[in-house]
Design a protein around this ligand. Structure first.
Ligand SMILES: [Mg+2]
Length: 431
């Protein structure tokens, strides 16, 4: 089915947080305003978020930190390690605020959401968007851009214009009755939502350079060369809605948690602890989605470079029945690790993949299994999750013994506080 809607359909808004990770840092440190700021990937490797000022300095997305040393020093660029506890929590607050503005919403990523514009008597969508923007700023301190259009693909483009075009004050509407071709002519075809690098190349070879060109592409050609998804994109650019708001995201098929070590680790106790930590994280996500895993895969790797012997291996263990209990997952996962580990090898990465995921209510009681034990385990894990949600991740943790084995921790030299999720790291207000 190509079409899912009618002419009566309400407009769609895309709300996009501006330079999200940087904005989270700024929300707690106003001295960062109007200054170049960057956030680094795990292990402080590459730039993954930039403030407008940092973009102006020519710092590229994905640039390794060591390639930007000079510009960082010359322009006093403020550098941060990624603080996912903070960003995740701020994202939840933004989404919670957005949820008050529309009954239908799709959380598209950590910093983007599609909302159905409610039909308000007498109020235009632009007024609604301005109120939403002001409310998010007031409740969370995060600046957002809002794009409104008849389709999701056009809403993405509108949000881009809202962010980039001076004088738009963070909101832009491409309404059905407007002449939107001028706007589309200013958008390169590879910036259209759903058009990857490979399709962009194919399109450019055919002389389709902008979103406006793509809007006018031949239906049959698009269908043949870009599948039904490509044709949907073309229709969406014409204002024909083909992609609905998906309130419930599709259930994930697996959950991965892995970690690269700041320095190579050979000590099996330290590796076991790192893996236990990964398994805890993955199991918490699993329970957060109300799911159970039927298989656990553990892997360890030295990577292909560096001195010393190289070794990469993984092992998948099927579980006798689907579970979500951290203790049982750790017990199984570490048993797998013991079979993989080679003494004398220094590893750079370890992780876990939970797969064969089912919704919890679909659990089949095992023959001769113990229901009471299952329920006790469920209540226990619920309590652990509640404590960690309230007091910060790691308040209760499993199989994490001495502090002495903390050497594997990620390099995070420039980390800000977990201001919103950890009591001991609350921001200080001075009189
Ligand atoms: Mg964004």
């Amino acid at each position: 089915v190509l079409f899912t809607g009618s002419e009566e359909r309400a407009p769609v808004a895309l709300v996009d947080c501006n330079n999200f990770y940087v904005s989270c840092e700024r929300a707690f440190d106003p001295s960062l305003e109007h200054r170049p700021v960057v956030v680094l990937s795990n292990n402080d490797g590459c730039v993954i978020a930039r403030s407008e000022e940092a973009k102006q300095l020519g710092i590229r997305m994905g640039a390794p930190l060591f390639t930007c040393r000079t510009v960082v020093r010359q322009h006093s660029v403020r550098v941060f390690s990624s603080n996912y506890a903070l960003y995740g929590d701020m994202s939840a607050r933004v989404m919670e605020t957005l949820g008050r503005f529309s009954p239908r919403m799709e959380e598209y990523s950590i910093d983007e959401a599609f909302l159905e514009c409610p039909r308000l008597s007498g109020a235009c969508p632009m007024d609604w968007a301005r109120r939403l923007r002001a409310q998010v700023a007031r409740c969370t301190g995060i600046p957002v851009s809002v794009g409104i259009a008849p389709t999701k693909t056009l809403a993405k483009i509108a949000a881009r214009i809202a962010k980039k075009k001076p004088g738009s004050a963070g909101v832009c509407e491409l309404a059905a009755h407007d002449d939107i071709d001028t706007a589309l002519a200013g958008v390169a075809v590879d910036a259209v939502w759903g058009i990857g690098r490979r399709y962009a190349e194919l399109l450019r070879r055919r002389g389709i350079m902008t979103a406006r060109d793509l809007k006018g592409a031949d239906d049959g050609w698009a269908r043949r060369h870009m599948t039904i998804q490509g044709l949907r994109t073309v229709m969406e650019l014409r204002g024909v809605s083909c992609l609905g708001i998906e309130d419930a995201p599709p259930a994930p098929r697996s959950i991965l948690s892995s970690r690269s070590f700041g320095s190579p680790v050979g000590d099996p106790a330290a590796l076991r602890e790192a893996l236990a930590d990964n398994i805890s994280t993955a199991a918490e996500k699993l329970r957060g989605r109300g799911m159970l895993a039927s298989a656990v895969q553990v892997f360890i790797s030295t990577g292909g470079h560096g001195p010393g012997p190289h070794h990469s291996a993984s092992l998948t263990l099927d579980l006798p029945q689907p579970i979500s209990d951290t203790r049982e997952l750790i017990r199984r996962g570490l048993a797998g690790f013991d079979r993989l580990y080679r003494a004398g090898v220094c590893y750079r990465k370890a992780g876990v993949l939970l797969s064969g995921l089912h919704k919890e209510r679909a659990r089949q009681p095992v023959l001769f299994g113990c229901r009471a034990a299952d329920e006790r385990s469920g209540r226990f894990m619920e309590a652990v999750d509640a404590i960690n949600a309230r007091w910060g991740r790691g308040a209760v943790s499993f199989a994490a013994p001495a502090q002495a084995v903390r050497a594997w921790r990620m390099r995070r030299r420039f980390m800000s506080g977990r201001y919103t999720t950890c009591w001991s790291e609350l921001p200080l207000a001075r009189a």
